[in-house]
Design a binder for this molecule. Structure first.
Ligand code: ADP
Ligand code: MG
Length: 698
């Protein structure tokens, strides 16, 4: 495979535009995509014509405005290029207007009450900063999606707004610090994606996986992940082929997939891309998830992106690596050789620390979903408490700021590996703390709370906005300081900020009970579930943040609040119904059949061996009988409360009820069915067990 040749071959990228567009048109498009300026219709017409020609060469017959509504998935509606002519033929048409704007019927997308049903129309608007591409015979045009009244109904619009807010605030601060060459900064994002692969035939036999994405019942396999023999293990041949095919398809689409390896749990894997501008990275992550599923299907696998597909086994996350880079090519979170003397770095570092501390609740909400709730606080996942890990060296630098002493931060240390044949490698200045939810990793922050199926737009919107706010405050505090006094004043400001926000810094083990207690003493939020967290989204502080930086209007925040809660309630409702159906039909069939067979065998045995106590058989029957009694009770309670939940008017109360009552009852029911399942031989169950699903992959 000639990778440089296939890389981006299906993308209408800068190179294609430079080659194919007239020079002035090319320049106009570049300007639009860089600065977000308006594109004239005649320019759009030319671009559309060239794009169409190119797309047809790549096999496209249709075009689609591709957008990210509040479902968390992507949406597309395909239009053919064909346009009939009077003589019964067709020509292939695609106008500038069709490129720039679409009008999909939006009535079936979640709007959280923003759109009255009589205004069912929505608009999609071309986002020229994310390149168009051809996939499965269609030209895909990345677009933003808004209502008839202009309110954002998607994830791209607020993301773009937040990137702009961060850029404006950062540039002001940079100019103040004397770095006047910078005119724009970009948020950069690299999102590592975890996923499970299981046999498709097994997947199809599990109603819970099919309908809810996770297993709702299932006794643990005798072996789980305790041997830790899967992590970074040798790839199985077919899995390796799968990853190869996946890489190829992603590369063609211009997605810079870079590393792949086995993860901690059996059948769990990870793919990490090279980082890109946030907006493009988000689009590419959505594409990655889609292509992962599609290629899996071709290989006879099902790709599971749910945060917690299997109880007792590590869940899947998505590490959001985040930094800021200037149009002069500088990474603002690169500490350089002497971070202690690098004022610019310290200011940006402190802005992130302040932002994360000040808006920890909203950041937590940005990753809250019914699925991710199972993961946060679990075995490998970060806890629901947000804290920042900066590593020993930066901790020392920060301490010296607080004490007013000076430490330059000596930079990299040599690390001897004890064998002379091995090269000396420089140790990363930040030793990896795997338990931190928000870790400084060399020249970027890694936010580890996002769940594997989440759109990374969410956390980046909040992160960008919160940091924009922190930078704005820094600017306000320093804007009247004379250049000669800047160093002293900035240090004094950093000291104040540190005193105020240092409670968020934590370098220790975030998985311990002691940390939970310590965090509570520090006043850090520990929001264990989505319903617990949601009120913070519509607090005055949150509304002020989003409206001040023009990321969301108050109405947009309220609509998202509603959508998130509704989505949560619906998810658990469907899970409850699915679990009950699976127990009633699939599980019970197995249970009854097994009990009947054991009874028959016991009776036969007694005929043959009068006087036999049949104690083994009786024991099985007794346990199963007692268990089924409990299952019946648990089913009744769950059925009653699931209907009760549906009737609760207030959406927050409803979500709470689903969390506290329905989910708890699902767990209770499951504990009984799992107990029974552990006794029933596999062949009696019409669905595959954990062991089969997790260990049968070739
Ligand atoms: P890990 O050890 O956490 O698995 P990896 O090296 O696999 O780390 O992944 C790190 C991710 O961080 C990659 O996606 C990489 O592209 C991304 N990354 C590196 N530098 C930056 C940056 N400046 N901004 C955003 N993301 C970055
Ligand atoms: Mg990582």
């Amino acid at each position: 495979m000639n990778i440089p040749e296939i890389y981006g071959s299906m993308v209408f990228n800068d190179k294609v535009m430079r080659e194919r567009l007239p020079k002035d048109i090319y320049k106009a498009v570049r300007k639009t995509s860089k600065n977000g300026t308006h594109l004239e219709l005649d320019v759009a017409n030319t671009v559309a014509a060239v794009m169409k020609e190119w797309a047809i060469e790549k096999g496209a017959t249709h075009f689609t405005h591709w957008f990210q509504p509040m479902t968390g998935l992507t949406a597309e509606k395909h239009d053919g290029f064909i346009s009939p002519t009077e003589d019964g033929q067709v020509i292939m048409e695609f106008s500038g207007k069709e490129l720039v704007k679409g009008e999909p019927d939006a009535s079936s997308f979640p709007s959280g009450g923003l759109r009255a049903t009589f205004e069912a129309r929505g608009y999609t608007a071309w986002d020229p900063s994310s390149p168009a591409f051809v996939k499965d015979g269609s030209l895909y045009i990345p677009t933003a999606f808004c209502s008839y009244g202009g309110e954002a109904l998607d994830k791209k619009t607020p993301l773009l707004r937040s990137m702009e807010a961060l850029s404006d605030a950062a540039v002001k601060v940079l100019h103040l610090l004397g770095n006047t060459a910078v005119t724009h900064v970009d948020t950069t994002v690299g999102s590592e994606q975890e996923y499970f692969l299981i046999d498709k035939e097994l997947y199809k036999k599990r109603k819970d996986l099919l309908l809810t994405g996770r297993t709702l019942m299932g006794a643990p396999a005798p072996k789980g992940q305790e041997m830790e023999d899967h992590y970074f293990g040798v790839l199985k041949p077919k899995v390796s082929e799968y990853m190869h095919a996946l890489d190829k398809e992603l590369w063609e689409l211009g997605v810079p997939a870079k590393t792949k390896h086995n993860e901690v749990a059996p059948s769990q894997h990870e793919l990490a891309p090279v980082f890109e501008t946030a907006n493009v990275a988000v689009d590419h992550n959505q594409l990655t998830m889609e292509v992962m599923k599609k290629v899996a299907d071709r290989f006879g696998y099902a790709c599971l992106l749910h945060e917690k597909p299997f109880e007792g086994i590590n869940g899947s996350g998505k590490h959001n690596n985040w930094s800021i880079s200037t149009d002069t090519g500088e990474n603002l979170l690169d500490p350089g050789k002497k971070p202690g003397e690098n004022l610019q770095f310290l200011v940006f570092l402190m802005a992130v620390i302040a932002a994360v501390d000040e808006y920890q609740e909203v950041l937590r909400i940005s990753v809250a979903t019914a699925g991710n709730d199972h993961r946060l606080g679990g075995n490998e996942a970060p806890p629901a408490i947000i804290s920042i890990f900066v590593g020993d060296e930066l901790a020392e630098v920060l301490q010296s700021i607080e004490e007013g002493t000076s430490v330059s931060g000596t930079g990299k240390k040599q690390m001897g590996m004890g064998a002379h044949v091995l090269p000396h490698i420089t140790r990363d200045t930040t030793d990896r703390n795997r338990t931190s939810p928000f870790a400084f990793t060399g020249n970027k922050f890694e936010f580890r709370m996002p769940g594997s199926s989440l759109s990374v737009a969410n956390p980046n919107i909040v992160l960008n906005t919160a940091v924009a706010e922190a930078l704005t405050q820094i600017y306000e505090a320093l804007k009247d300081v004379a250049p000669a006094d800047m160093d002293d004043s900035a240090h004094a400001l950093l000291r104040d900020m540190l005193t105020k926000h240092k409670r968020i810094l934590f370098n220790g083990n975030g998985y311990t009970e002691e940390w939970v207690e310590e965090a509570a003493r520090r006043g850090l939020a520990n929001l264990g579930s989505l319903p617990d967290a949601m009120p913070h989204f519509i607090s005055e502080k949150s509304l002020d943040l989003f409206t001040k930086h023009k990321i969301f209007t108050k109405e947009e925040v309220l609509s998202r609040y509603e959508i998130l809660l509704e989505n949560y309630a619906k998810t658990i409702h469907i899970e409850a119904l699915t679990l009950m159906e699976m127990v009633r039909k699939d599980f019970t069939t197995g249970l009854v059949r097994y009990m009947k067979d054991v009874t028959t065998e016991a009776l036969k045995k007694r005929d043959l061996l009068p006087g036999s106590k049949c104690s083994y058989e009786s024991d099985i029957l007794k346990t199963l009988d007692e268990t089924s009694e409990q299952i019946l009770l648990a089913m009744e309670a769950l059925a009653a409360d699931t209907s009760k939940a549906e009737g609760i008017e207030d959406i927050l109360e409803q979500a709470k009820f689903y969390h506290e009552t329905v989910l708890a009852e699902m767990d209770a029911l499951r504990s009984w069915t799992d107990k029974a399942e552990a006794i029933i031989p596999d062949e009696y169950l019409p669905y595959p067990t954990y062991e089969k699903m997790l260990f049968s992959l070739r």
